[in-house]
Design a protein around this ligand. Sequence first.
Ligand code: PXP
Length: 239
Amino acid sequence: MAGLSVNVDHIATLRQARGVNYPDPVAAAVLAELAGADGIVVHLREDRRHIQDRDVHILKQTVQSKLILEMAATDEMLRIAMEVEPNLVTLVPEKRAELTTEGGLDVISHATHLAQAIDRLHDRNIPVSLFVDPDPAQIEQARHIQADVIEIHTGAFCDAIEAAEKDAAFSKIILAAKTAYQLNLGVNAGHGLCYHSIKRFKGLKEIDEFSIGHSIVSRAALVGMKRAVSDMLKLIRDL
Ligand code: PXP
């Protein structure tokens, strides 16, 4: 059975929208774990648009399952990762102007740089995952530079509208998962997965864990709406 790591970035997005101290991604992480999450994921971006350094440090002390830190392979982020020592670092490409991580790493073109980052993290006994598009050549290169895990970018599959395009994107995910599994890499998958698209993964046993954020935080906002409004109404009626 595959696991689920919950990405709480967008709880921090809501907080940052107002520049206040709530909702706290640390509180969301506790609730996600109480609901059975196998891990908590945060992406500390260079521009700190959602998760802040303080979140990562507190999560390291409070997460009971495992803390996965997504980050770019920059000196600044490597320094933070080595300080925090999360249970897994997922290296991702990062562009300032993007809304969210757009594509997987080009492990082939950036092999030397990524290999150095992996070595530095391994020196601290931190396992490393590389976020890659479902491309066997990228996955073989990830193995070659000693990555421990790959995370397959599921965005193209989730975004595809036409059935044929969706089927083709899913076939690539199957091939990527099987390739990584045969290479003894851990296999995670994520980006854009929602309550519909996840169903397609039934029986794909090579995937160890899904990393899901936006759809879960979105559903939390809606399933919690009735309770939140009635809590406020009670207070107003008591005025
Ligand atoms: N995996 C990676 C590497 C990501 O960058 C993201 C987005 O932060 C996710 C998984 C989760 O994607 P989503 O928020 O669309 O579920």
